[in-house]
Design a protein around this ligand. Structure first.
Ligand SMILES: Cc1ncc(C[n+]2csc(CCOP(=O)(O)OP(=O)(O)O)c2C)c(N)n1
Length: 480
């Protein structure tokens, strides 16, 4: 018989249901968290878990975890998760919340994350009044990386990067994020709480719940700043660290409510139902307008297409145009496409590459990390990208001899002097189109009519169009 069912026993504290019973981390540590003894994150995790339970939102909660000691939220919370780059959690939370209006989105961020690298993101998300909840864990340092100064480091506080203590003259004053954000119009609720003693902890629990509940009610942006102990980096015992929250941190960062419109805020406007799709042409003022006939020649639905291409070379070699014509041809064939250019720091003669995807199904990301097909217009491009080509993929290389060291037995390599063909055609700049021709021949599925239509869009000058069509035809013959 467990204590829960034993007469006379009452459970006062229990693990929140939204927190896992075992943590999928190192085998021997599945019952412990990675937080140090006395760490504020651990206490706060429990509070967030409890609020999720109480509000009954576990099934629709999505946590956004950025970089810092908060990064492992997915080990602990049995909810949805999205990881974000350092500081970008409010931007990611915005995207998640707007695309999934029924979800409850928590952006869980440290002070380095939120007030240094992510300062712009939090200010703009707050200023837009996004209907998300931000849990802001202020421990006055970058803990995960070993205790460098953060914008919130206290004056006089010694850190790895302020060994003599933070000075206002050199490093500026501690940034009071709650006060700063409370100058904006849109936020609904901003409170600073502390984990310095039990009374404060009870208040912090209330604030966390309120900040999440506001979102459940659709009220808009809420943020709770939590002054959290970090015994390890502060080089204090857990008890000393907790005391220091009260004696030092609360002096620099006074606790309090800086904004509270929870009672009178109107529901967040962007949560209103989206207009009917049929009404959109009317709203955009294009109802009844003649839309161009598209696609030019739709591929039969049973032709499978899932193509990931990387095109690379020097700026000026027409890398981006090749990718654009390819993607546009896909569009003309009624397919899903993406084209993502990637520029080097220089313009002409710098490196340049682009990612192209063409698929039957909607495309999740425009990034092509493991191309099926690499078009390398020169040797540096080949060196840079050859190793990334997916197993069984193909490399089209502009050069008669493929460098020995880059050979891979699992790849098909078509190395041809494409540049010479362009010269024969009378213009070295047509090399990209010669390579496009070879590529199209390899890909096979894109109808010639779609390629012509794409070219007409992107290269309107008839003189160049005619040259490009000839170049494509020559390239096709070279692929076999
Ligand atoms: C773009 C980027 N820059 C720097 C880092 C290194 N980095 C990892 S954690 C961290 C600081 C996190 O500090 P904070 O947000 O205060 O969280 P804490 O660890 O104190 O909870 C930094 C700078 C990184 N991972 N990514």
């Amino acid at each position: 018989m467990s204590s829960a069912t034993m007469p006379g026993y009452e459970i006062a504290h229990a693990r929140p249901r939204s927190i896992f019973t075992r943590f999928e981390r190192k085998q021997e540590l599945q019952h412990t968290t990675h937080f140090c003894p006395g760490c504020g994150h651990g206490i706060l995790h429990k509070m967030v878990g409890r609020a999720i339970d109480e509000l009954g939102i576990q099934d629709r909660t999505i946590m956004v975890g950025p970089v810092g000691c908060s990064v492992f939220t997915y080990h602990y919370f049995d909810v949805g998760h999205v990881m974000s780059a350092h500081g970008r959690a409010p931007a990611v939370a915005t995207g998640v919340r707007r695309s999934r209006p029924q979800s409850i989105v928590l952006s869980y961020q440290g002070d380095g994350d939120l007030s240094a690298i992510g300062l712009a993101e939090i200010v703009h998300a707050a200023n837009r009044g996004e209907n998300v909840t931000v849990i802001f864990v202020n421990n006055a340092v970058y803990s995960m990386t070993g205790g460098q100064a953060a914008p919130t480091t206290l004056l006089g506080m010694k850190t790895a990067t302020t060994p003599l203590g933070r000075s206002a003259a050199k490093e500026g004053y501690p940034l009071r994020m709650s006060e700063l954000l409370a100058t904006l119009e849109a936020p609904v609720y901003i409170e600073r709480v502390g984990l310095g003693d039990n009374r404060s902890i009870v208040q912090a629990q209330r604030a966390v719940r309120r900040a999440i509940e506001n979102q459940v009610k659709g009220l808009g942006f809420s943020l709770v700043e939590v002054l959290a102990p970090c015994p390890t980096i502060w080089k204090k015992s857990p008890v000393e660290a907790q005391r220091w929250v009260r004696s030092a941190m609360e002096k620099s960062f006074p606790l309090g409510v800086f904004r509270d419109r929870s009672k009178d805020a109107a529901p967040w406007p962007a949560d209103e139902a989206a207009p009917d799709l049929e009404k959109i042409p009317e709203i955009l003022g294009v109802a009844g307008a003649e839309l161009p006939e598209s696609p030019v020649l739709a591929l039969a639905a049973d032709v499978p297409v899932d193509l990931e291409v990387r095109v690379a070379g020097f700026g000026g070699q027409g890398v981006l145009l090749l990718g654009e014509v390819l993607a546009e041809a896909g569009l003309e064939a009624g397919l899903e496409v993406s084209w993502l250019p990637s520029y080097g720091p220089e313009m002409r003669s710098g490196t340049s590459n682009c990612h192209v995807r063409i698929a039957r199904e909607p495309i999740d990301t425009p990034l092509v990390a493991a191309p099926h097909l690499l078009v390398a217009m020169n040797e540096p491009a080949l060196r840079k990208f050859a190793a990334q080509v997916a197993q069984g993929g193909t490399i089209l290389y502009n050069g008669a001899a493929f460098p020995e060291q880059l050979q891979r037995p699992d790849l098909r390599v078509i190395a041809r002097p494409f540049a010479e063909i362009a010269l024969e055609l009378g213009n070295p700049r047509a090399m990209n189109m010669v390579m496009l021709g070879a590529l199209l021949e390899l890909v096979g599925v894109l109808p010639a009519a779609c390629v012509r239509a794409a070219l007409a869009q992107l290269v309107p000058n008839p003189k160049w169009q005619e040259l490009d069509l000839r170049a494509i035809a020559r390239g096709r013959a070279m692929a076999v």
